[in-house]
Design a protein around this ligand. Structure first.
Ligand code: IPM
Ligand code: MN
Length: 353
């Protein structure tokens, strides 16, 4: 297969983990005989500094021309601490989502047996938890009409039937491929937009008789994720709820640095780690490259290159088993490995496989 990849490394640790992600992508492509080309583009704080725009037109074009975007992370504290800043790196991310029509954000919450002791939850609760959160990504409060006054401010949470239907389709497709259990998370006891979600889901459910569909209020879902994370198989929810619940999901696994994601929709899909740009670690060669590397696995799987994805997952598991780990997950007395060393070990494993 021929693949054109847009590479958006962004800020903070982004360039370091991206280097390893690209190296793994190349190694897998070589092994399986795929022809891959890469084009780098600016985004985030780095793009604001260079051209005054966190998602410049040229980057947009590069993404549109590509088959897939490999994204790392954006953000810089110099913007966080400046409420008067006119443009922020995060706006680049939102612009990318909107312009590429990335309405479906797929965030797997996967636990690795050898890392469950890192979870803030008890081992026996979290071991084996494995679900996917499907977050609607281009609607709701993030993009609804806003007013930002000094005395009054609002954000509106608008959803259309079409937007709800298309994300539910994605969710049902995932449920069909997994354990056939879909949980629709909303706040239908209070919000009109949630009642539309529930109505549309209830209308669609009979088209998927093999899937058990249940409904859960978001407050209850937040609780259930902690009390019984294994309850969930596929969860689908609106933009803001999904933002919050996926952060919760990532930390209960005990391995935030290991979770990849995919955003898909109308144009080029984007693959990225769920963690942020960790500016304090920039240049220190300590960031975990595994979430970026697993995002490459999701990229291959998106193009139905299952064996390629499987090999990356196997290599990642092997690196964990052999304690080839970055400091935040290294075992007591384990050797020192940095971002680069972990990436190189995985590339080497793939070549020899
Ligand atoms: C995420 C992030 C973004 C969001 C921010 C950086 C705008 O938290 O991808 O979850 O809120 O969607
Ligand atoms: Mn978030």
């Amino acid at each position: 297969m021929k693949l054109k990849i847009a590479v958006l490394a962004g800020d903070g640790i982004g360039p370091e983990i991206m280097e390893q992600g690209v190296a793994v992508l190349k190694a897998v492509a070589e092994k399986f005989g795929h022809e891959v080309s890469f084009k780098e583009a600016l985004c985030g704080a780095h793009a604001i500094d260079e051209v005054g725009d966190p998602f410049p037109e040229e980057t947009y074009q590069t993404c549109m021309d590509a088959d897939a975007v490999l994204f790392a992370s954006v953000g810089d504290p110099k913007f966080d601490n400046n409420p008067a800043a006119k443009v922020r790196p995060e706006q680049g991310l939102l612009a990318m989502r909107k312009k590429l029509g990335l309405f479906a954000n797929i965030r797997p919450v996967t636990t690795f047996d050898c890392l469950v002791h890192n979870s803030p939850l008890k081992d026996e609760l979290v071991r084996g938890a494995d679900f996917i959160c499907i977050r609607e990504l281009t609607g709701g409060m993030y993009f609804g009409e806003k007013l930002e006054g000094d005395e009054r401010a609002y954000d509106t949470n608008i959803y259309t039937r079409r937007e709800v239907e298309r994300i539910l389709r994605v969710a049902y497709d995932y449920a069909m491929k997994r354990k056939r259990h879909l949980t629709v998370v909303d706040k239908a006891n209070v919000l009109a937009s949630s009642r539309l979600w529930r109505k549309v889901a209830q209308e669609m459910a009979p088209q998927y008789p093999d899937v058990v569909t249940d409904f859960m209020y978001v407050d209850n879902a937040a609780m259930r994720m902690i009390q019984e994370p294994r309850f969930f198989d596929v969860m689908v929810t609106e933009n803001t709820f999904g933002d919050i619940l996926t952060d919760e999901g990532s930390c209960i696994t005990g391995s935030m640095g290991l979770l990849p994601s995919a955003s898909t929709g109308e144009h080029t899909p984007v693959f990225e780690p769920i963690h942020g740009s960790w500016p304090q670690a920039k240049g220190l060669n300590i960031a975990n490259p595994l979430a970026q590397i697993l995002s490459v696995a999701m990229l291959f799987e998106y193009f139905d290159l299952q064996e390629e994805g499987k090999l990356i997952r196997k290599a990642v598991n092997a690196s964990l088993d052999e304690n080839i780990r970055t400091p935040e997950i290294q075992v007591d007395g384990g050797a020192q490995y940095g971002t680069r060393e972990v990436g190189e070990w995985i590339v080497d494993y793939i070549r020899k496989a």
